[in-house]
Ligand binder design. Structure first.
Ligand code: SF4
Length: 998
């Protein structure tokens, strides 16, 4: 071989490889490198500039140093071997492709002022310069030839595929008129904003509060509320913040290294801990990428995870390897004794004696029988956990908590282990999210709305962690209400939710939804049925702030339109983000402010005041003032940090994108409450401390539990621990609530302690020919509904075969991977391809929920690389969907669209799932009992059949499991006030109405 080789041209390849191999063995020539660095330093300093060891022309470094972000030079990789330089401005923003909000750096070409690529932002404390594949793929979303660039209005029937371009003014005037009429007509509950990925902290809730509307709806009850509920009842904070990096043992019930909550920021810290010797235990029925990296992978029978947790907890209790002093000081055992054992001495010894017998039934053998995991393996894992001490980090999110009836007991039993070990807010332990998240107080804080929305917070679910969003079609069909104006914001309910065809039935019914609006950058299955489609920006085209609990520290990140920031650096003044975005793509902040002004043009409704400038009274609030005020006044340490760099706080955030407010928070619950905050104190027998002193102003308005005042109106200020008033936890008792008085008082005393609820897919609940379908898992390179317009991601992952164990495949007559199978649910079926693998437990099948995107034959618009074209029919027997055309190469402004080599884009399984609302948490329980069969001769890949009448029956079956609130509920309230709500209405609205609303 003498011609071209992988190492060079026109040379002898073998000697070239030898030379490279020799060099590789020797390592880099450090002397030469050092000399080059010294020379470069001398040159730079001779010019009076500061020297940085950046990658360009000197040597390899991880990231461009921030001091050179104004003018950064890189070679064009496509021009190789020519050395073609590009000069960039590096502008930070944050990724919007999952909830982690990792930092991104946009490489803005200084000549063309176009974004050329996105890489990680090394200044971001959560992601530390790293991203998953979905971060850099933001460039695909920005340059997507199929994206929506202009406001559109439906022309013709809903869903018929007719659209006309309109101006923003036309859209705003129509929507403002409708909303104003609903508000002035006392029809506030006919306005709803339904949020998919929030991607921000509090802006939308604030807008709705300013309108006096309880119209916030979320996707959380199809996502994470099962996980949140278990933590909420323990500690008054609905999310755990595990300090993975410092853990000795990491216990995960989810696929954290690839797709779990908070994916990349957690994955990099778990990886660091493993390098330091931490043991990783993973419970996942499916062999996830995370499971492949575990020291112990347990593949349990779905729904048995809480039984395993309790077996581990029992082992800690029986062997006395729990932190006795932590339990004594911080558990609400006294309240438990008072409520459940009033005749016994109220001492810790009494409690310990009871505790020692409480979980004896959860032997390893019992857990083995439930989970199918060998008892010896469980004993081995329990021993590892027992050895972790306070360096035990654990996390469950979605996964088992989102799959099963009673799934909320999975986090509750998991946190029982943490609470036994005393691994709460310790290095390597688990923090309440409130300690590691920072939500700054905004410039205007509107009052709580004076109305209660029964369509999202119905009486049947008084303890629901979040809005009963996925039941909305059934509530509308039952006539519980009507929506005049319904916004779908970063949300695709037809595709994301279970029972999507019931959604379609109400979305196409103008008597139920008068006007629907899709705020979206790309086409989706729900936008096709909207009346207005309004294009909102991607991650680099909009403003947001956010903060997430990813380690023991608090940070705030700033998403921004990067071209706006770049052009402002060059001296331009941008007053409207549409001036820099493609087409007429806008951003939500400016849209909501403008819409609010048009709803209340003269200020008579009292709405406009919350969207007015403080600096320029009577004028519209700008995003610069909104965020400038926030960074000036509500983010501790930022003004000083910015001043040290000679910048205003806003300019500093525009330049660097994220700020770490604090780190090393430690156990804040242990802090002594200062005497100045204690006045007219009342201490209950269980130690809860109330005071008349006003609460100190907190700049951090992160939502947590909010304990009710006492009967004298004093606020809960702390908890008496051995004679000292400490901050404690935001629970009713102020302690960690092993015993939940809330669950007991609201009709569920049998579940007031951490326990095990047998799932709706427990083997005892399955017919002999049924299997369990796991439908909740994510693929690492896709997100639910918004990544389909990222071509790199589509090439990596575009289908969702059904995982089947070889023994099941043999039993079912499925010969090969790729053969079709039919999966029958309670309301219909879908036809998919099989993937025969030992990576799934026998008796269980699994299918990722990311795939099966579609557009109707009537619709020419869509996402070319991922949406199959389908026929959807509604007949006497229900709905059927058949594939008319698979994806194929097509012409567009992007030549890559002609290089699409795949045609299989999977199947939309969620359409075939009925709703399964957990009667306590409100979580949709995703797992399905299914029958898997060979296909019938007429079956084709992607076929779907659904009976929505049957879906209605199953909804009613699950509704009967509830124990509704009523006049006899504590305080005659609809819901405990201390539980969180994203948007809390006024206190009086919590009272159960005398007559149920019609
Ligand atoms: S984990 Fe990936 S998708 Fe999520 S925010 Fe980070 S880079 Fe984006």
């Amino acid at each position: 071989m003498t011609s071209r080789t992988r190492f060079g041209r026109g040379r002898d390849g073998s000697s070239q490889r030898r030379s490279a191999a020799d060099q590789s063995r020797r390592g880099p020539d450090l002397t030469a490198l050092s000399e080059r660095v010294s020379a470069a330093r001398a040159d730079t300093e001779a010019r009076g500039e500061t020297f940085y060891q950046g990658p360009s022309k000197v040597h390899l470094a991880a990231f461009p140093p921030k001091e050179r972000w104004d003018d950064w030079t890189e070679l064009d990789s496509r021009a190789w071997p020519a050395r073609e330089e590009h000069r960039y401005m590096l502008v930070p923003t944050t990724c919007f492709n999952c909830e982690s909000a990792c930092g991104l750096l946009a490489y803005v070409d200084r000549d063309s002022l176009r974004v050329r690529k996105f890489e990680g932002n090394p200044e971001h404390p959560g992601s530390r310069g790293r991203n998953c594949a979905k971060g850099p793929a933001t460039i695909n979303q920005v340059t997507d030839p199929d994206r929506i660039l202009y406001p559109l209005r439906r022309a013709g029937a809903r869903g018929a595929g007719g659209w006309e371009r309109i101006s923003w003014d036309q859209a705003l005037d129509v929507l403002a008129g409708r909303i104003r009429a609903a508000i002035t007509g006392h029809r506030q509950n006919q306005i709803m904003v339904h949020i998919g990925r929030p991607g921000e902290d509090g802006f939308t809730e604030r807008v709705l509060a300013s309108w006096g509307v309880d119209g916030h709806n979320s996707h959380t009850n199809v996502c994470s509320s099962g996980g949140r509920t278990g933590y909420q009842f323990w500690m008054g904070a609905d999310r755990p913040s595990p300090d993975h990096a410092n853990a000795k043992v990491i216990y995960l019930i989810s696929a954290h290294l690839e797709a779990g909550h908070y994916f990349n920021p957690h994955a990099q810290r778990i990886t660091a801990a493993r390098a330091n010797g931490a043991k990783v235990i993973v419970l996942d029925t499916r062999l996830s990428n995370t499971a492949t990296h575990a020291d112990h992978w347990l593949s349990p029978v779905p729904g048995s995870e809480a039984a395993i947790n309790l077996a581990v907890a029992r082992h800690l209790i029986e062997t006395g390897r729990y932190d006795r002093e932590f339990v004594r000081r911080w558990w609400n055992w006294a309240e438990y004794l008072q409520a459940c054992h009033p005749g016994k001495p109220a001492t810790f010894d009494t409690f310990e004696a009871i505790l020692s017998g409480m979980y004896t039934a959860f032997t390893f053998e019992f857990a083995a029988a439930e989970s199918g995991i060998d008892a010896g393996v469980l004993a081995e894992v329990a021993e590892i956990v027992a050895g972790a001490g306070t360096r035990f980090s654990a996390h469950v999110w979605r996964s088992a908590a989102a799959g099963n009836l009673g799934g909320w007991q999975v986090p509750r039993t998991l946190f029982l282990i943490s609470a036994l070990l005393g691994a709460v807010a310790t290095p390597g332990g688990v923090f309440p999210n409130g300690l590691n998240k920072f939500v700054p107080r905004p410039i205007h804080v509107p009052p709580h709305p004076e109305v209660w929305q029964d369509l999202t917070w119905p009486l049947e679910y008084p303890l629901a962690q979040n809005e009963m969003s996925f039941l909305l079609p059934h509530f509308l069909a039952e006539g519980r209400g009507r929506l005049d104006t319904y916004f779908m914001r970063v949300y695709n309910p037809v595709w994301t939710n279970p029972d999507g065809l019931s959604w379609m039935e109400v979305l196409t019914d103008e008597a139920k939804i008068g006007c629907s609006v899709a705020l979206t950058p790309t086409w989706n299955e729900s936008a096709y049925f909207a009346d207005y489609v309004l294009p909102m920006g991607h991650a680099s085209e909009r403003h947001d702030t956010h903060s997430y609990e990813q380690y023991d520290g608090q940070w705030i990140g700033f998403r921004q339109p990067v071209l706006r920031a770049a052009r402002e650096r060059l001296g331009e003044q941008i007053t409207d983000t549409r001036q820099v975005n493609p087409g007429e793509v806008w951003e939500e902040n400016e849209f909501w402010i403008e819409l609010s002004w048009r709803i209340d043009p003269d200020g008579a409704l009292g709405i406009r005041q919350y969207h007015e400038s403080v600096a320029r009274p009577g004028q519209k609030l700008t995003v610069d003032e909104y965020y400038g005020w926030m960074f000036d006044n509500s983010v501790p340490g930022l003004p000083e940090r910015a001043a040290a760099d000679g910048l205003t706080p806003l300019r500093w955030m525009r330049r660097y994108g994220a700020f770490e407010i604090t780190s090393g928070q430690g156990p804040v619950y242990e802090q002594q409450v200062p005497a100045a905050e204690l006045e007219n104190v009342h201490i209950t027998p269980a130690g809860r401390v109330y005071t008349s002193a006003p609460a100190p102003l907190s700049l951090n308005v992160v939502p947590t539990g909010a304990p009710d005042p006492d009967s004298a109106g004093r606020r809960a200020a702390g908890v008496d621990v051995d004679g000292t008033v400490r901050r404690g936890f935001p629970t009713p008792s102020g302690r960690l609530e092993f015993y939940s008085s809330t669950l007991a008082a609201w009709g569920w005393p049998e579940h007031a302690l951490p326990g095990y609820i047998r799932s709706h897919v427990h083997p005892a609940n399955l017919a002999p020919d049924q299997m369990v379908l796991l439908s909740t898992f994510r693929l690492p390179t896709q997100i639910h509904t918004r990544s389909a317009n990222a071509k790199w991601l589509d090439e990596l992952a575009h289908t969702n075969p059904v995982w089947v164990h070889p023994t099941d495949a043999a039993r079912l007559g499925i010969a090969r991977t790729g053969d079709l199978l039919r999966v029958e649910t309670d309301i219909g079926y879908f036809v998919a391809k099989a993937w025969i693998t030992e990576g799934i437990r026998p008796g269980v099948v699994a299918c990722s929920h990311h795939m099966g995107r579609w557009r109707l034959t009537t619709e020419s618009r869509g996402v070319g690389g991922m949406m199959a074209t389908v026929d959807l029919r509604h007949g006497d027997d229900g709905w059927t969907m058949e594939r008319r055309a698979a994806v194929a190469p097509y012409k567009s402004a992007d030549p890559d669209s002609q290089r699409i080599w795949w045609s299989d884009t999977g199947v939309h399984q969620n359409l075939t799932f009925p709703v399964h609302p957990d009667p306590i948490s409100g979580m949709h329980c995703w797992h399905q009992a299914v029958r898997v069969r060979p296909p019938s001769p007429a079956d084709r890949h992607g076929d779907i059949a659904v009976d929505t009448a049957r879906a209605r029956t199953i909804y009613q079956d699950w509704l009967r499991l509830t124990r509704p609130a009523g006049p006899e509920s504590p305080g005659a309230m609809r819901r405990p006030r201390w539980l969180m709500r994203p948007l809390k209405p006024a206190a009086h609205t919590y009272r159960v109405p005398e007559k149920e609303p019609t």
